[in-house]
Design a protein around this ligand. Structure first.
Ligand SMILES: [Zn+2]
Ligand SMILES: [Zn+2]
Length: 354
C-alpha cells in the first residue's frame, strides 16, 4: 500500500508501507480524500514540530519518518472489536490525540492537551495514503449523501467554526479576516454563518480576494492599498473582531490596526517567526488579542466536527468553494506541496485523492 511519509525538512516520500492490522477500538479507512494544509507546508519548510529522528513525540512515542496527512476522511472498511462504526460508514477524521490525564484534558479541553499530537503530523496513520488504521474515537460519522471528498474539509472548517465560536462575534458585528487561504475563506464563511453584519478581507493574491468576495466577503482589500484605512473607514472606526489567518507579522499588524477600540483580534494563523506588535493599540484602545487552536477533540471529537458537518448539510458552509484542485497521491510533492510551499501558487485547497 502506498503512503506519504515525512522524513524531515524538504523530504516527503511516497513509499510502499505494510498495511497494519486493525486492533480493538480501531477502524481501517479507505481514504476518499486528504487536504494539503498550511501545517504540512510549515513542517516541510521549517522542520518537524514536537518530534525528531531521535526524539519521540511525547504522546505517540513515534520518531521520524511519520505518515503525513491530517485532514482526511473516507469510508470504514474494517472495524475492530468494541467499535460502534460499521463497515461502509463514511467518516471525517478528527486527527487530534490527547493524553486524557493532564489538567487540560481533565478540564475537557482536550485540544489544549499538554502533549497533544495529530494523526498525520506526529504519528499514527495519516491520510495521504490509500488507507489508514486509526482509533475509532477519532472517526466522526459523515453523511453518505454529501460528496465523500468533503469529509476531508471538515477539519479546516472546524478550525474556523471553533475560532468564531470562541470569539466575541455577535450578530450584526463587523468581522475582518486577514489572509484568504483555506482557513481565511472558511472564516469568511463561518463569520457570515454566525451573523456578521459585514465581512472585510485583506489578502495579497488576487484569485484569493476574488474567492473571498464570492464566498461572502462584502469588501476585499489588497494589503498594498492600506487595508487598515479601508476597513476602518468601512466600519465606522474599526472591525469588532479581526481574525488573523495569514501567520505573518504584517497580517497581525493589519488585524490589530483594523479593529475598533475594545475590539478583539483572534490569532488563528501559524507563525514561523516571532512578530512585533504595537502594545499602545492594546492600551490606548483597550483592544485584546486572543488565540484559537483547532477544535473540540478527545471524547468531544464529534462536537464541533458534528456542528461543522451539520452546517455543510444545511448549506450554511460551502466546503467545495475552497477547493481549487485535486491530485493523485503520486503527485503530492511535485504538484502539491512544492508549489504551495514556494508561495504565490494560485491554488487554495488542494485535495489528494489516493
Ligand atoms: Zn490542518
Ligand atoms: Zn492531556
Amino acid at each position: 500500500m502506498r503512503a506519504a511519509r515525512y522524513h524531515g525538512i524538504g523530504d516527503v516520500r511516497i513509499e510502499e508501507c505494510e498495511p497494519s492490522a486493525v486492533g480493538p477500538g480501531e477502524v481501517r479507512i479507505d481514504v476518499a480524500a486528504a487536504g494539503i494544509c498550511g501545517s504540512d507546508l510549515h513542517q516541510y519548510r521549517h522542520g518537524p514540530d514536537g518530534l525528531g529522528a531521535d526524539e519521540p513525540h511525547p504522546l505517540t512515542g513515534e520518531t521520524l519518518p511519520v505518515r503525513l496527512g491530517h485532514e482526511f476522511g473516507g469510508t470504514v472498511v474494517e472495524a475492530g472489536r468494541e467499535v460502534d462504526l460499521a463497515a461502509g460508514q463514511p467518516v471525517a477524521v478528527n486527527p487530534v490525540r490527547s493524553c486524557g490525564a493532564c489538567r487540560y484534558c481533565t478540564d475537557g479541553l482536550y485540544h489544549l492537551c499538554e502533549t497533544a499530537g495529530f494523526i498525520g503530523l506526529h504519528g499514527g496513520e495519516g491520510g495521504f495514503a490509500a488507507e489508514a488504521v486509526i482509533p475509532a474515537a477519532n472517526a466522526v460519522p459523515f453523511p453518505a449523501d454529501l460528496p465523500a471528498a468533503h469529509s476531508a474539509l471538515v477539519e479546516p472548517f472546524a478550525v474556523a467554526v471553533h475560532a468564531v465560536r470562541g470569539s466575541g462575534l455577535r450578530a450584526g458585528d463587523s468581522a475582518a479576516v486577514v489572509g484568504a487561504g483555506p482557513i481565511g475563506l472558511a472564516l469568511v464563511q463561518a463569520a457570515r454563518a454566525a451573523g456578521a453584519g459585514e465581512v472585510l478581507v485583506s489578502e495579497p493574491q488576487r484569485v484569493r480576494r476574488d474567492a473571498a468576495a464570492q464566498q461572502g466577503a462584502d469588501a476585499v482589500f489588497d494589503p498594498a492599498d492600506d487595508p487598515v484605512e479601508g476597513i476602518t473607514a468601512a466600519t465606522d472606526g474599526g472591525a469588532d473582531v479581526a481574525f488573523e489567518a495569514s501567520g505573518s507579522e504584517a497580517g497581525l499588524r493589519q488585524a490589530l490596526g483594523a479593529t475598533r477600540r475594545r475590539g478583539e483580534t483572534v490569532v488563528v494563523g501559524v507563525f514561523a517567526a516571532p512578530a512585533e506588535l504595537q502594545p499602545t493599540l492594546l492600551v490606548a484602545g483597550e483592544r485584546t488579542v486572543t488565540g484559537s487552536l483547532g477544535y473540540a477533540s478527545g471524547p468531544n471529537a464529534g462536537r464541533e466536527f458534528g456542528m461543522t458537518i451539520g452546517m455543510f448539510e444545511r448549506g450554511r458552509l460551502d466546503p467545495g468553494a475552497v477547493v481549487t484542485g485535486r491530485i493523485g497521491l503520486e503527485g503530492l510533492v511535485e504538484r502539491g506541496i512544492e508549489p504551495l510551499a514556494a508561495g504565490g501558487s494560485d491554488h487554495c485547497k488542494l485535495l489528494v485523492e489516493p
